[in-house]
Design a protein around this ligand. Structure first.
Ligand code: BG6
Length: 518
């Protein structure tokens, strides 16, 4: 086996390269609703700290966390310090922490209380004076979805959503609705208050290093684009598996399942970046237009197709990391007879000229044997003329875009086994960019916050992307609702239900996974 790693200064320095010109003045106050929640502590505060360490926060900037629990600014900063210590990619550097922590504030009120917003507006005005933030705001809704509309309405009612010549943006976590109609209602509410260009709908996968790299790999290399179509590609597999179960999120997950939690957003984003046409330019709308075209070309699932090409699963008790773990139905806040899927696999076609006839297989699940997200492009078999004997087939060429935990690219090509005459073996070229010791690439939320500060919404989902994704997902959900599944159908720590293997085996294929299973 030939192994080849590539290194270059550009890659080693990749952590420092996302400092593009800023279109609007980024000075602002970031207001985080849900300031005491898990997301804020595990992701947002560490991301802000990392941005501070990389000197990517505006000089004139402050953070106000809003929560329902009563605490002082100092108490809150103390808790944030502990979270940063645990979850940040940089170790605590006293100078950076000192600069950030003085700019973090805490406000306590109930999100439904109009008085709380009036107090917040006064407080923000004082901070504007102190930090010269000119009324610019980002409102980050890191709250349960039932509060999205409430908060936006109240922001408008107390005049916080629009303010003279300054800018106001809103960042919204997923889930953006539970189906198409609830997403439409939510969107209606939000667009009554904020313009589309000021709405930053989060899909944190878009902030991942390798997702941005998909377009670069495809469109900055001469040898991919000519073969990136149904003439040369046999099938594409997009897999995102997790080792963990639902942890403490049973309440939320019961309402979502793998279909709404992963497929509606992350998996379809991976698919659209893989299948899109080259955009006319690198501006936000040109890229989003191409993604939307893919989503609108997805094969429409009839009930028959759902039965045939969509598989759902739920984990039962099993073994993970050498320990016995409970099944999904035994998890906290999960119904003992729950029919929520923790795994799904599907085969879908993108019905356009480039992709006609090429199946896209999507697979995602919890409590799988390893954590991994990959896009595997399998090329067509070669004619059995020169090297393959009649009874055997050469290994297919593979291109793998490794999203996580390893970030990189992998190729499989055929070559002669040294010392033999015609013995042909697959050889691999494997590039792992985050295996390089000195690369510490920015995390998704770091990038997303930075882009929102710049006012660039390329890494966020436009409404029509959300709309098309829900249309696709709703068709599957509607068919599922008519039929009770036989759950659980795979043990925790396993590869998912056998039906998923049969889905690919039916066409003589198998699920592929490249690299170590960790
Ligand atoms: C979230 C889902 O959006 O993505 C979680 O709600 C899932 O259920 C997570 O675990 C996976 O994200 P990542 O970055 O760990 O692949």
């Amino acid at each position: 086996m030939i192994k080849n790693s590539w290194t270059s200064d550009a890659i080693v320095n990749a952590g420092n390269t996302f400092n593009f010109s800023i279109s609007t003045n980024p000075s602002c106050i970031l207001v985080i609703f849900g300031g005491t929640g898990d997301l804020t502590h595990r992701k947002l505060m560490p991301a802000l700290y990392n941005l501070q360490c990389s000197q990517k926060l505006p000089g004139q900037f402050a953070v106000v966390a809003v929560g329902r629990r009563d605490k002082s600014h100092e108490d809150y900063r103390y808790e944030v310090y502990a979270s940063i210590k645990n979850f940040s990619r940089f170790d605590i550097r006293e100078q950076s922490w000192d600069k950030l922590h003085r700019r973090i504030y805490y406000r306590q009120f109930n999100f439904t209380d109009p008085g709380g917003y009036i107090g917040l507006a006064d407080f923000l005005r004082q901070l504007d004076e102190q930090y010269q933030t000119r009324g610019n705001r980002i409102f980050y809704l890191a709250v349960a979805p039932e509060y999205f509309s409430v908060i936006v309405e109240k922001l408008q009612a107390c005049g916080l959503a629009h303010h003279g010549k300054s800018w106001q943006r809103v960042m919204i976590e997923k889930p953006f609705g539970r189906d198409l109609s609830s997403a439409r209602r939510l969107n209606q509410k939000i667009t009554e208050v904020f313009k589309e260009k000021d709405i930053f709908r989060i899909d944190h996968y878009l902030g991942k290093e390798m997702l941005q790299n998909i377009m670069v790999i495809r469109f900055a290399n001469m040898f991919f684009e000519p073969v990136w179509n149904n003439q040369f590609i046999d099938n594409i597999q997009i897999t995102s598996c997790e080792k963990v179960g639902v942890e403490n999120r049973g309440g939320y997950y019961e309402q979502s399942g793998a279909l709404r939690d992963m497929v509606q957003n992350h998996m379809l984003q991976l698919l659209s970046l893989t299948a899109m046409e080259p955009p006319a330019g690198l501006d936000t709308e040109a890229i989003r237009n191409e993604k939307v075209k893919v989503l609108s070309s997805l094969q429409r699932f009839t009930p028959e197709l759902v039965h045939k090409n969509v598989i759902r699963g739920q984990y039962g008790p099993g073994i993970a990391k050498g320990e016995t773990v409970p099944g999904y139905r035994q998890e906290k806040l999960v119904a003992p007879d729950s029919n929520t899927e923790t795994f799904m696999a599907l085969k879908v076609h993108v019905e356009n000229f480039r992709w006609a006839g090429v199946p896209f297989y999507i697979r995602t699940g919890k409590r799988m044997p390893f954590k991994s997200t990959q896009i595997i492009v399998q090329f067509k078999p070669l004619p059995k003329v020169l090297y393959a004997r009649r009874d055997e087939q050469l290994h297919p060429n593979l291109l793998v875009i490794k999203i996580q935990p390893q970030e990189g690219i992998f190729f499989q090509i055929n070559a002669k086994k040294p010392g033999t005459q015609t013995n042909i073996v697959p050889v691999q070229m494997d590039f792992c960019q985050n295996c390089l010791n000195d690369l510490n690439s920015p995390e998704a939320y770091e990038r997303l916050l930075f882009e929102a500060l710049r006012g660039d919404s390329t890494l966020f989902t436009r409404w029509d992307e959300v709309e098309h994704s829900w249309q696709f997902v709703d068709n599957i959900a509607a068919t599922w609702q008519q039929h009770l599944p036989a759950f659980p159908n795979y043990p925790a720590g396993d590869r998912g239900p056998q039906e998923a293997d049969k889905l690919v085996a039916r066409n003589g294929r198998e699920w592929l996974h490249i690299g170590r299973q960790q």
